[in-house]
Design a binder for this molecule. Structure first.
Ligand code: AHM
Ligand code: MG
Length: 327
């Protein structure tokens, strides 16, 4: 991992930052830069909708289910539409994998990139005014642009991501991303409608004292996970769990900690999806000096075999994840 090659001062606008770092991409044609701009733009629209969710009648269940069998909220659907439209218009992406669609969506067949996205994660938190997020991964397609999309373009390992990140719709809205040269965080200034660099070259503390897990599922955890949780308590760690992956991840990234969604008796592969939830955060974590594991193996090395595949997920401060693995 290298640090950002071109250091930018706090307060640099996202567009300027992307432009001045463009030459660090392996294929510096400007397409990846444009993709990042498209995602940022769509996130501003989603941010506007998230912010007025309490004001107008766009909340509540639509009565439809998504692929995980969860109730689909109107804002999930809206966010999916906003991101897919922005990517479709941009023309750089050939395919879009989304939590909200069963199979991938064909975009511009001449595009060079494949995107995996969870347009609005933590949707059970929408109705209660708690932070939610968007998670995205960007891959370069393997087949030549203009030819039919192949399985090898879609089912790529996390280690093949060329960029990834998330947007956190919280007390401030933030965009955090990596292109493989460290992690940078940008805070949205709503009156100017622009993201500004606020967290340059983010590093995750190597040790932490926060553990984030849904302990309500304790009975369905394996004995080794239970033992690890006992260990966290014996050590006097702090328990913090929002139930919104992006928000839990972001806090632990800044403060040091571990987020765990292990296998359970009901879901042997846990709940979280490899391709559009775990891989992006694993890439960000590693780029910030942290670690992401399925309990045994590096998340980024898992070969996906299906779009909506799940994986147990342990992510956060390097020493904490290594310690959890030992259990
Ligand atoms: P979603 O994609 O349906 O929103 O589910 C993912 C969310 C994560 O944000 C969160 O960490 C997790 O589900 C919480 O699950 P649980 O309620 O089982 O703890
Ligand atoms: Mg999700």
């Amino acid at each position: 991992m290298e640090e950002s090659r071109i250091a930018q001062p706090i307060g640099t606008a996202l567009d300027r930052f992307i432009k001045s770092n463009q030459d660090q991409f392996a294929f510096a044609s400007g397409e990846l830069s444009q993709l990042l701009r498209d995602i940022a733009l769509a996130s501003k629209v989603v941010n506007r909708e998230v912010n007025k969710a309490g004001l107008i009648d766009i909340m509540g269940a639509m009565g439809s289910m998504n692929m995980g069998g969860d109730q689909q909220q109107k804002l999930d659907v809206l966010a999916n539409i906003r991101f897919s439209r922005a990517l479709m218009k941009g023309g750089e992406a050939c395919a879009l994998i989304s939590e909200e669609s069963e199979s991938y969506l064909d975009l511009n067949n001449h595009g060079s990139y494949v995107i995996a996205i969870d347009p609005l994660d933590g949707s059970s938190n929408i109705d209660v005014n708690v932070s939610i997020g968007t998670i995205f991964s960007i891959y370069r397609r393997k087949s030549p642009p203009g030819t039919p999309i192949q399985q090898q373009d879609i089912l790529q390992k996390g280690s093949e991501q060329v960029a990834a990140g998330y947007i956190l719709y919280g007390s401030s809205t933030m965009l955090v991303y990596t292109t493989g040269y460290g992690v940078n965080g940008f805070t949205y200034e709503p009156t100017l409608g622009e993201y500004f660099l606020s967290h340059p070259n983010l590093r995750q503390p190597i040790n932490g004292k926060i553990f984030s897990v849904n302990e309500g599922s304790y009975k369905s955890f394996s004995q080794s996970v239970r033992n690890y949780l006992h260990h966290c308590k014996d050590e006097g760690y702090t328990g913090r769990y929002i139930g919104s992956l992006v928000a839990d991840f972001h806090r632990n990234l800044l403060k040091g900690g571990i987020y765990i969604y292990p296998s359970t008796a009901k879901d042997p592969n846990g709940k979280l999806r490899l391709m559009y939830e775990c891989n992006a955060l694993a890439f960000v974590a590693e780029q910030a000096g942290g670690k992401a594991s399925d309990g045994k193996n590096r998340v980024l090395d898992i070969q996906p075999t299906s779009l909506h595949q799940r994986t147990p997920f342990y992510v956060g401060s390097r020493n904490m994840v290594e310690e959890a693995e030992k259990f």
